[in-house]
Design a protein around this ligand. Sequence first.
Ligand SMILES: Nc1ncnc2c1ncn2[C@@H]1O[C@H](COP(=O)(O)OP(=O)(O)OP(=O)(O)O)[C@@H](O)[C@H]1O
Ligand SMILES: [Mg+2]
Length: 462
Amino acid sequence: MKPSILIVDDDRLVSDFMAETFAGSPYEVETADSGDAAAEKIAHRDYDLIFSDVKMPGLNGIELLKRIKKVSPETVVIMMTAFGTVRNAVEAMKSGAYEYLLKPFGPDEATLAAERALEHHRLVRENRLLRHAVAEKYSFARLVGKSAPMRRVYSLIESVADSRATVLITGESGTGKELVAKATHYHGGRKDGPFVALNCAALPETLIESELFGHEKGAFTNAVRQKRGHFEIADGGTLLLDEISEMPAGLQAKLLRVLQEREIQRLGSESKLPIDVRVIATSNRHLPTEIEAGNFREDLYYRLNVIPIHLPPLRERPEDIPALVEHFIARFNAENNRSAKQVSDKVLRLFEHYIWPGNVRELENYIERAVVVAKSDTLTPDDFPAELFTGGVRRQTETIRSGSTIRDMERSLILKTLEDQGGNQTKAADLLGISTRTLRNKLYEYGVKEAKPAEEQLTVDG
Ligand SMILES: Nc1ncnc2c1ncn2[C@@H]1O[C@H](COP(=O)(O)OP(=O)(O)OP(=O)(O)O)[C@@H](O)[C@H]1O
Ligand SMILES: [Mg+2]
């Protein structure tokens, strides 16, 4: 499609000159001889670029500009202004004009201005499409699974997405923490701002610090030029601090201060910069345990843990497996030009009893491999690695598997007892030798119960 240009001027000499300049150009050019005539035109279609005179009888250039920005915000507007009206041109720039041309100007100036403006228009449009695509990509459509704990996660995301409150996402490796962080960003009011991630485990302390806060030229030996940190880059958007438990102690203190004061200081700088950033942290470690061991600051934990989102391991929500399988089959079909349809019933049964130490990521990898190598459109056990189905890793044997944590064991015991008692909490608590309140707290912690009764939120019960 040819880029479209509208030229608005009450002076016929100008519009004729412009029409002539663009004759034979790759643009589609129209003219209007007044602001009102132009307003009539823009009500019916969008132009990519509009050249407009400032002073016109009736609707003047500035008023026209405002109207254009309202009905077609992506249209680029260039004001054409005579020497005496430069002040108006400045006002026009403030109202969203892209540039102004001082009359009289020649054909080259007009052509160059059009090229630049159209390039700008293309970039703005591309950017919007890209953001839209990204937002789409991380919307809820991407998060698969309808189990009770996942539904609880979705409703949490929904209720916090629009706020700036700090979110702490916990869960084992591969449970979808990063996906949830992105969904939180792209679902909320910050979706048009940047989403910036920093993996705290991947860098040495000195580097993390300058990555986070930036530095001035000369702040340290290798600081040959000034650099903006992730906090600054994420301004107006979201900063994901991945694997926060790996953050060195010295930096934990600095981070705490930044979260409290909402200001950062580049390394080697005297002044502070205000920042507007939503922080999301993730951890696959149990932070209270890290606090007890002296590895993590308790005050920072409370700062981060404003909104906790816990992602349960896949073995605790086997009912999500069929939907995940279907989702990954469709994805890897598309990526590899294959046409797998399903996994066999046998595979599905085996999946539902497997312990999934690598959680959703592990499932994803197996499906990718199977889709690529499968000979038929139903994936059978032969298409998966044998160790997946050999004993020792089944869910049933989980209770006495070395490598489980005490916490995992406790959870298994509680859930199993409850199941055996047909869901009767009083009986189960009795057998377990704990109070029903403790039982309910535990269930809440595991994401089994939808909501915690209000009175219990005040109780510290163990
Ligand atoms: N609910 C889900 N629906 C669809 N895909 C998922 C889901 N959960 C996780 N995945 C996929 O599994 C993979 C791992 O997810 P992600 O990277 O978010 O996990 P993580 O918890 O951040 O892992 P780690 O702790 O190892 O960093 C990704 O490819 C992600 O797209
Ligand atoms: Mg991650």
